[in-house]
Design a protein around this ligand. Structure first.
Ligand code: GDP
Ligand code: MG
Length: 757
């Protein structure tokens, strides 16, 4: 028999970390909610038994609000899994147990993993998990998924529990306080027909869960009968939390001696579970005293925020400071770019380039010439493959560094701060801080970033986020800027290279924000709905050396495979088509190659932009499949100096850079957009980006020609003005940010499930 277990829990509790440990995988882990957006499964062999492990997207409750949460709810309801491993984070135990309780209510086999025990240990605290085990009557496994690979114990407990499972024995006494029998009497038949367990359906009806209500398809008379029972929605959550409070009270204690004392007391008095659960009033007392404590500390702003915001740290006093937040963000990003494209990355790339030239290109071509290889074959190998594909290969260090820094920023928890601080501005233009995360991920790869928008509950907001993400400059576009900038910014201007590249990233982001504002304010149909979802701020976390190493190796591998397959094949095809005609090898027989004759029809369209030349157009068209190919094709034609010619060659080249940044996303992204929000939107994205790219490039070139000063300076001035405008806009919005009641994030008040409604 194959066992099937699913990892379920709130976002950011370490499910994927645990999944990676169990299955030896390298799935995306990030210190942020909404990293995992779909189910992932892998089978492992444990103790001669086959175990299928499934990682689910994070969800707070079985009553869900977004597409990705629905994936998890459906997985739990499907009954496909022999066991649900409810993963909780020890620092947020009570809130995390809110979901565990619902799994128990559903009466499916559940065990609980309490993760991040290392963080508790650092605080000098201990968890009395035996006490929890006694109260919940399910196996509980403490865990530090990030540091230890001690997953054997978990698998052992899990499989053993599956084998001996005979229903959950915990008595959920709070359910007796709800009129479940009355509800069941009304909806019984419908629940059976819809495939729900009666008790579960009754609870969800009291919670006004729209999914269950829809499935039940109640008649008007039934709905009326339910209305007579009154409104229980808030009370369901309240009773659950009261039960959780009674279960968790005293479960975490300061140090070992406290724990020993408590265990001793427990042994002496052995309180029966039933009376423990009846401790609602004492739990309320604790709450009252906590709120008094909060009141006392009001004068201390940090203490106040730290109490209300889970994850708020002392560093945030600076990082999220009204005046410093934005400059710090820009500085951090600039530092990343200077290291990636300037100092370290550039040096490593140049070294690799030199290596390829001296160790591969020169010896190989002279050897091939020596043995009288036909000219076209030498050119194909030398220009098409070694210069073209090798040219992309030299970007390995830069791409790996970029992904590494993105992961570092994400893993540390900084990117969620960025989302938090941009939330004010983003909401004004119909997006949310949550969209900022998706967009920042777009710096890595648009096709995968688009998927992270699934967590956005408002449909139009999700669509807009998906449509705007490809404007963010993905890593495949960076070789284009780098190669062109290196060719035209030489001598004294060479130092400006990283900043020119940085400016491209800012320009992409600015266009995305402007487009969002236009959609929101100018197109009625595209206006976003109001968001009830509150953002969550995770605590800062340090990435481990093991993970950093894994990340570097993983990204290098992905890049190399991509270069070795897609880019290699495309390059060879493009080279053959652009060097052969029906009569043979063009440089030998003369005339126009296949691609040249086709591109010449399209080229005039790009004349106003300054690069209406068949080579540049060929590069752009090939870039549709993968953006890296734009530059590998340019390289195989002999480099930017051959492709961009004429009086204002440099200006044309920079205009080309802008066009490449903004035009049509690659096919993989278009497919992802089609899958996420529909084919029609994918077509819209295609046309929209093309128009925007053309318009912005045209304006840029116009201004460049108008000034007729050095094109490099024109680029600098234009992009500088744009950067300043975006900064000013963000700063104004940030300063005017309304203070929301709970500080804009959840976690402290346990009222999450209610405030989300
Ligand atoms: P998921 O959203 O539940 O899948 O959570 P992830 O596996 O993506 O992890 C969220 C964050 O918590 C990441 O920054 C992890 O590195 C971190 N994390 C996961 N497990 C642990 C742990 O046991 N201890 C600590 N300190 N951090 C952890
Ligand atoms: Mg995950």
């Amino acid at each position: 028999m194959e066992y099937s277990i699913a990892l379920a829990g709130n976002p950011n509790v370490g499910k994927t970390s645990l999944y990676n440990r169990i299955t030896h995988s390298l799935e995306h882990v990030g210190n942020w909610h909404g990293v995992t957006v779909s189910k992932i499964s892998k089978s492992v062999l444990f103790d001669h038994k086959q175990v299928l492990v499934t990682d689910l997207p994070g969800f707070y409750s079985m009553t869900v609000y977004s597409f990705e949460e629905a994936v998890s709810r459906d997985a739990v309801l499907s009954g496909d899994h022999n066991l649900i491993v409810s993963v909780a984070e020890v620092n947020n135990l009570a809130r995390n147990l809110y979901l565990t309780m619902q799994l128990l209510e559903l009466d499916v086999p559940v065990i609980l993993v309490v993760n991040m025990m290392d963080e508790l240990k650092k605080q000098g605290k201990v968890l009395n998990y035996r006490k929890l085990e006694r109260a919940l009557k399910i196996p509980i496994v403490p865990m530090s998924a990030k540091y230890h690979s001690d997953v054997h114990l978990l698998l052992e407990v899990a499989l053993d529990y599956i084998d001996r499972y005979d229903g959950n024995s915990v008595e959920l006494t709070y359910l007796d306080r709800l009129p479940l029998k009355d509800v069941e009497a009304v909806i019984g038949e419908n629940a059976v027909r819809a495939g729900f367990k009666k008790r579960y359906a009754a609870i969800k009806v009291l919670e006004k869960d729209s999914f269950v209500l829809e499935k039940l398809a109640l008649s008007e008379a039934q709905t009326k009968a339910l209305e007579t029972l009154g409104d229980w929605q808030a009370r369901v959550a309240q009773y659950r939390y009261e039960f959780i409070d009674s279960v968790t009270e005293g479960a975490i204690s300061r140090n070992v001696s406290d724990l020993h004392r408590e265990m001793h007391e427990h042994e002496k008095h052995a309180v029966p579970i039933e009376s423990q659960t009846g401790q609602a009033s004492s739990a309320n007392d604790v709450r009252k005293s906590v709120s008094e404590e909060r009141h006392l500390k009001r004068h201390d702003k940090y203490a106040e925020k730290a109490l209300y915001m889970h994850g708020y740290s002392r560093i945030d006093r600076i990082v999220l400071n009204k005046y410093l937040a934005l400059p710090i963000f820009l500085l951090v990003m600039a530092a990343v770019f200077v290291i990636t494209f300037g100092l370290v990355g550039n040096w490593l790339s140049a070294l690799l380039d030199l290596g390829i030239e001296k160790l591969v290109y020169q010896p190989l071509t002279s050897w091939l010439n020596g043995i009288n290889t036909p000219g076209w074959a030498v050119d194909l190998l030398g220009d098409g493959i070694i210069h073209g594909v090798g040219g992309i290969l030299t970007f390995l260090p830069q791409v790996v560094l970029l992904f590494f820094f993105l992961a570092l920023l994400e893993d540390s928890g900084y990117i969620s701060r960025v989302a938090f601080m941009t939330d004010g501005l983003f909401r004004k233009i119909g997006l949310s801080g949550r969209s900022a995360f998706t967009m920042l991920m777009g710096f890595g790869c648009s096709a995968t970033a688009v998927l992270t928008a699934r967590g956005l509950e408002d449909d139009m907001m999700r669509k807009k986020t998906v449509l705007l993400t490809p404007f963010m400059s993905c890593s495949a576009r960076l070789p284009v800027y780098s190669v062109i900038a290196a060719a035209f910014f030489t001598g004294g201007a060479a130092a400006a290279k990283p900043f020119i590249i940085f400016a491209m990233y800012i320009l992409g982001a600015a266009i995305a924000l402007i487009a969002a504002a236009v959609f929101e304010k100018g197109v009625k149909k595209m206006k976003s709905g109001k968001l009830s979802f509150i953002m969550e701020m995770p605590p800062y976390r340090r990435p481990t050396a093991e993970r950093v190493f894994q990340l570097i190796m993983h990204n290098a591998k992905v890049f190399l495979i991509r270069v070795g397959t897609t880019i290699f094949t495309l390059n060879v095809i493009v080279w053959l088509l652009s060097n052969f005609s029906v009569r043979g090898y063009v440089p030998e027989v003369g005339g126009y190659s296949f691609l040249q004759s086709v591109s010449m029809f399209v080229a005039p369209v790009f004349k106003p932009l300054g690069f209406g030349e068949w080579r540049a157009v060929t590069a752009l068209v090939s870039g549709l499949v993968a953006k890296e190919v734009v530059v590998s094709v340019i390289e195989s034609f002999g480099g930017p100096a051959v492709v961009f010619v004429g009086q204002y060659a440099a200006l044309s080249a920079v205009t080309f850079m802008i066009f490449t940044l903004l035009y049509i996303p690659c096919i993989a992204t278009l497919t992802a957009i089609g899958k996420e929000i529909g084919r029609r939107w994918a077509v819209f994205s295609f046309v929209f980006q093309l128009i925007v790219a053309y318009a912005v490039a045209l304006v840029f070139r116009g201004i460049g020609l108008l000034f007729c000063i050095s094109p490099g300076w024109t680029a600098g001035i234009l992009i500088g003005v744009l950067t300043a405008a975006v900064c000013a806009l963000t700063a104004v919005s940030y300063l005017r940010r309304r203070k929301s009641g709970c500080g804009g994030c959840c976690g402290g008040c346990n009222g999450c499930d209610r405030s989300r409604k």
